[in-house]
Design a protein around this ligand. Structure first.
Ligand code: FAD
Length: 567
């Protein structure tokens, strides 16, 4: 059987594309997802939970082999930085099933910039109808909002906020920022109640919203989960389908069109392995060149992120008014010269991890909302002769990003020193998400027991708490020491920077005449290859001033229309 469309990857974009294309009863659609299914009525509670750190770190829903470098790789490769695990979803719904549920569009200039970069038809006025189409905002209406889309958007009402979140909003006010209320329609700087892809009590993912029972009953749609695509199949310059990873034998499925929605790290890898990428690099690896596309795997972006945490007294902790742990955010413009508007972002987290220690810690988490640094996904030769994927975010390669993140660390320390937050927290420290935090990030009985005693010590006398913090939770320099020495602070930021899980940009869409473009912005087609399209976060020319799930949903809605409109 030949399908009209095979969709590789049932993540945020893949579920939406499968749902929209199969609405045409004459089109036969096959959706292939490496992870498990979560059919309606049988979605695991940890995926539905508004407290998203449970699913985000659950190994059952992730690719266990996703190792990345956050820092630039030295030219001589003699002193390679440590590769670390980067959470990437492996489950139906993809990132939308495990992510932080922050539903953020960014600001109009993000999309006008896409248009200026050659992605014709992607300016703010072009994308707004798709943002309206996908959402059902339950708090705000008006011309910028949708009221009948499949993704409900809600915010935690102020009267349910824990003391730490209330205090953070007061500290933001004290530093001069006002409440802009609706982050998706008011585009200046200010703080706001965080908009969430949540119906008020549960997460709503691309899978639960777009692949409901009715859609799954369509006779022209097949969904195969626990099914990993091994490679794209090529015949001359045309992709004819895919080969699957099956334990016993190779299985081949054919399609008129293969649409890769495997996410910004795995989509470029799949194209590179099929010979679509920078021709010189592919030839050096012995990969036959199918299409010389210099942009595949280039332009990798994420938001460089750093946090400062503090001990929360009982009255400031997340109680039982809500499961949700992030109630508010702040968009602001950095204090550096030449800053673009809203180039920084910050959230207040009132429960920093699932376990008893995390319950006693509040965090301010800041990221560079408009980064300049670019990394890459490429293939490299292994010692045993095989070929492996290399992901290097190079997060602070550009000094402007380092300067702004360092300044954000200072700003977070100032906020914790503000009387409003002093009443709701104490003993602020530069958090590292180091070995200890990573060791207990999975929710297990062992980790629960292991964190119980330190949690009780935190509640003990302040000197004991400080000793525990400096020796176990945040070994290294105290926050005051870092703030007193710019070099030490920079070194800390370089060492502890992480991404915001917003990998994007590695198959940039653009004008077909642009040598760096990989995908035709009007059609989703991979340039120079027949029968192949890409629809996912890898299309973004630049990462928006926003978390990337809602923008990816918008891309999927818009590209599904473009695919159906093809002659
Ligand atoms: P994905 O959603 O990652 O989907 C790719 C899918 O392809 C996956 O399901 C994967 O299993 C599958 N796949 C890959 N390779 C193969 C193969 N060979 N065969 C078959 N299937 C394959 N964004 C926000 O807006 N707000 C947030 O709060 C937020 N928090 C996040 C927290 C975490 C822990 C993570 C991981 C992400 C977060 N994001 C957030 C980012 C957001 O979820 C992603 O930008 C978005 O999911 C990207 O969608 P995608 O379709 O490009 O890729």
């Amino acid at each position: 059987m030949t399908w009209d469309y095979i969709i590789v990857g049932g993540g945020t974009a893949g579920c939406i594309v499968a749902s929209r294309l199969s609405a045409q009863s004459g089109k036969k659609v096959l959706l292939l997802e490496a992870g498990a299914d979560t059919p309606p009525g049988d979605v695991p509670p940890e995926l539905l939970d508004s407290y998203s750190f449970r699913s985000a770190f659950d190994p059952a829903y992730q690719w266990d082999d996703m190792k990345v470098f956050m820092q630039p790789i030295p030219g001589n490769r003699g002193t390679m930085p440590e590769a670390r695990h980067y959470e990437q979803a492996r489950v139906i719904g993809g990132g939308s099933s495990i992510n932080g549920q922050q539903a953020n569009r960014g600001i109009p200039d993000d999309y006008d910039e896409w248009e200026r970069a050659g992605a014709a038809g992607w300016s703010w006025v072009d994308v707004l109808p798709y943002y309206r189409k996908l959402e059902r905002d339950l708090d705000f209406d008006g011309s910028l909002h949708g009221d009948d889309g499949l993704i409900p958007i809600t915010r935690v009402p102020f009267n349910k906020w824990p003391g730490f979140s209330v205090a953070a909003s007061r500290a933001f006010e004290a530093m001069g920022w006002t409440d802009i209320r609706d982050q998706n329609a008011c585009f200046g700087d200010g703080w706001f109640a965080m908009s969430l892809s949540n119906d008020g009590t549960h997460r709503v993912s691309a899978a639960t919203a777009y692949l409901d029972a009715q859609v799954r009953r369509r006779p022209n749609l097949a969904i195969r989960t626990n099914t990993q695509v091994r490679r794209l199949l090529l015949d001359g310059g045309r992709v004819t389908g895919v080969e699957l990873e099956t334990p016993s034998r190779a299985e081949v499925v054919s399609a008129r069109e293969t649409i890769v929605c495997a996410g910004a790290l795995q989509t470029p890898e799949m194209l590179l392995r099929a010979g679509m990428g920078p021709a010189n690099e592919l030839r050096m690896l012995g990969v036959p060149v199918a299409a010389d596309l210099a942009g595949v795997g280039r332009n990798l972006q994420d938001h460089p992120t750093i946090s400062v945490s503090a001990y929360l007294p009982r009255h400031a902790r997340l109680g039982n008014t809500t499961r949700r742990h992030i109630q508010l955010g702040l968009r602001y413009t950095s204090r550096l010269s030449d800053a673009l508007p809203s180039d920084m972002y910050m959230v207040a987290v009132s429960k920093s991890a699932w376990h008893p220690v995390g319950r006693r810690l509040g965090s301010l988490v800041a990221w560079v909302n408009k980064p300049y640094s670019r990394g890459h996904v490429r293939l490299r030769r292994q010692n045993d002769g095989g070929i492996e994927r290399e992901v290097a975010f190079e997060l602070l390669r550009d000094r402007r990003d380092l300067g702004r993140l360092t300044d954000a660390a200072r700003l977070m320390a100032e906020l914790f020193a503000n009387p409003a937050l002093q009443e709701a927290s104490s003993d602020a420290f530069a958090s590292t998400f180091g070995r200890m935090a990573r060791a207990v990030r999975h929710e297990t009985v062992f980790n629960l027991l292991a964190t119980l005693a330190p949690a009780l010590l935190l509640d003990g006398p302040p000197p004991l708490r400080r000793a525990l913090t400096s020796r176990v939770l945040a070994p290294g320099r105290a926050l005051a020491e870092l703030l007193a020495d710019e070099d030490l602070l920079e070194e800390h930021v370089r060492r502890c920077v992480i991404g915001g899980w917003h990998a994007s940009g590695t198959c940039r869409m653009g004008d077909p005449g642009d040598p760096g473009a990989v995908v035709d912005a009007r059609t989703a087609r991979v340039l120079g290859v027949e029968g192949l399209s890409v629809v996912d976060a890898s299309l973004m020319p630049t990462v928006p001033r926003a978390n990337t799930n809602l923008p990816t949903m918008m891309i999927a809605e818009k590209m599904a229309d473009a695919i159906l409109a093809r002659p």
